[in-house]
Design a protein around this ligand. Structure first.
Ligand code: XMP
Length: 508
């Protein structure tokens, strides 16, 4: 498979560059800036290298810089933002801090028509900038191919396959950004569009074999597509040395435990079901803070897994973490902690098991395609995502058994009504949230004072952004009627019309 690597210098959009290249059908992988030239030469069919953006200044002593020899690789190299400055700095050009930064949309003027990298762009194009430093003098044998008012050297090229752009072609605000990346990957690197996420499974299986070796491993199954796909991959790699564990936290969706049991009943994977409801609910008693709840749940999961791993002699814990979990947990260089996903930031600092995350560079839709290629049932592939901390983060404030029961029932109604209306597979997730306040209502001529339920139904491609779903009022009304009729402690239903950002999908 032709491959383009993206060296990640810590920019917020480094991962998006990889994603955009994969979207055009070329395999791209985000790699550490510490990789050596030698290790890159070992990548089969390496077609090109992209140096990502990053927040550092190239002249700072501690700024991340690649192995100098990388520049001697025989394949084309494209620097983006910090990568553009890095390329200039490392090949004899000069970078300086500008008087003012250039943030947001800028007007790019092509100084050379029809350059290889910017072919297909108009003479003037809108590009998205996010920088203070800029290239002020060119390395020898390079020429400027485009400029903006603040960045006279906004794009450059030489005749030996080295290119730089100060703007970000990977963000959608750059109107022809996709074209620039296509020019690089398809024309300049001549990469073939032979990437199909469904074909990645064998590669992931080989990697898991190499990583885990002869050790035993366990995986926590939640029934969702991520952990099930990870289990299939590692199961293919190490066979019976993998044991799957499903922890019933008491915070699961209606019927979840039985559905997991029946899904794995006839599979080769050994599944252990542990009923730990009492332990989880007891630890959550009186806890209101969302991050604290997430941490308690993460820690308890790890305690359970460690105990089980010890008893079966496993050294590796496999997790179905995907990329959006990592970025939101603040685990990449420049991302803030939005919420500690139970399987990433929610883990205790010291874990005795070696954690292996085969899907951590992939987005949900890519995982779904891989899952499909591995023959997972549609029901699992299309099942709405369910967060590791479960219903605990769908109850705002304190978690009590009664509240869990209410939110579980209400969520089940939401899912069933979406299915009856034929909308279940059109949305990313649909669920209920219990709010810890009460309001007055009237039911059967009597005054009631009960909880409200918020309905949260969202559309999303990859969980990084989302829109509230435009559900027909008729469907919302039947959800509302069923919830207030069937759940005694609820007298009011609200519809959450917030997008992400500024809200997140889950309320906690
Ligand atoms: P947010 O609320 O961050 O959710 O917009 C994005 C997606 O991630 C899911 N989510 C989680 N998944 N462990 C998971 O495995 C977690 O701790 C977790 N928190 C949120 C959420 O359900 C949504 O699909």
């Amino acid at each position: 498979m032709d491959t383009i690597v993206v060296m990640d210098f810590g920019g917020q959009y480094s991962h998006l560059i990889g994603r955009r290249i994969r979207d055009m059908g070329v395999y791209a992988e985000v790699i550490s800036p510490r990789r050596t030239k030698e290790s890159l030469e070992k990548i089969d069919d390496l077609r090109g290298v992209i140096l990502s953006g990053g927040a550092a200044s190239v002249y700072a002593d501690d700024s991340p810089k690649p192995d100098r020899e990388i520049l001697d690789l025989k394949v084309p190299i494209l620097g983006i933002c910090y990568g553009h400055q890095l390329l200039a700095h490392m090949t004899g050009g000069k970078v300086e801090s500008g008087d003012v930064g250039e943030y947001g949309i800028s007007n790019l003027s092509l100084t050379v028509p029809n350059s290889e990298l910017l072919r297909g762009l108009n003479e003037q194009e809108e590009v998205w900038m996010n920088h203070k430093d800029r290239v002020v003098s060119m390395p020898e044998k390079y020429s400027v191919v485009a400029s903006t008012e603040s960045s006279p050297i906004a794009a450059f090229a030489n005749n030996s396959g080295r290119y730089g752009v100060q703007f970000h072609p990977e963000v959608t605000h750059t109107s022809k950004g996709e074209k620039v990346l296509e020019n690089f990957a398809l024309s300049i690197c001549e990469a073939k569009r032979d990437w199909d996420p469904s074909g990645l499974a064998p590669k992931l299986v080989d990697r898991a074999k190499d990583y885990i070796g002869t050790r035993k491993a366990i995986i926590g199954l939640s029934g969702g597509v991520d952990s099930t796909t990870a289990a299939r991959i590692v199961g293919k790699a190490i066979g019976n040395d993998l044991t799957a564990i499903y922890v019933d936290t008491g915070l699961m969706r209606q019927g979840e435990t039985n559905s997991i049991k029946s899904t794995f009943e006839n599979s080769d994977l050994e599944l252990i079901v542990l009923d730990r409801e009492a332990e989880f609910l007891e630890k959550l008693e009186g806890v209101k803070d969302p991050e604290e709840k997430r941490k308690i749940i993460g820690n308890t999961f790890i305690e359970v897994f460690t105990e089980k791993a010890r008893s079966i002699g496993a050294e590796v814990l496999v997790q179905g973490t995907i990329y959006s979990d990592i970025i939101e947990s603040g685990s990449t260089t420049h991302s803030d902690t939005i919420k500690s996903h139970h399987n990433v930031g929610g883990l205790p600092e010291k874990v005795d098991l070696d954690i292996y995350e085969p899907l951590k560079d992939l987005y949900k839709d890519e995982v779904r395609q891989i899952g499909k290629s591995l023959g997972l049932p549609e029901e699992i592939i299309n099942r709405h995502v369910f967060p590791g901390p479960g219903l605990a983060i769908r109850i705002v404030g304190e978690v009590t058994p009664k509240r869990v029961e209410i939110v579980r029932h209400a969520s089940n109604i939401v899912e069933n009504e979406l299915k009856s209306a034929g909308l279940y597979e059109d949305v990313w997730m649909g669920f209920a949230v219990l709010l810890p306040v009460k309001s007055v209502g009237v039911q059967g001529d009597l005054r009631s004072y009960k909880y409200p339920i918020a309905l949260r139904i969202v559309e999303s491609e990859d969980a990084m952004t989302a829109n509230f779903a435009r559900i027909p009022f008729k469907v919302l009304e039947s959800m509302s009627t069923r919830i207030t009729n069937e759940i005694d402690r609820v007298n009011r239903v609200l519809y959450d019309v917030s997008n992400k950002p500024p809200a997140t999908m889950e309320w906690e």
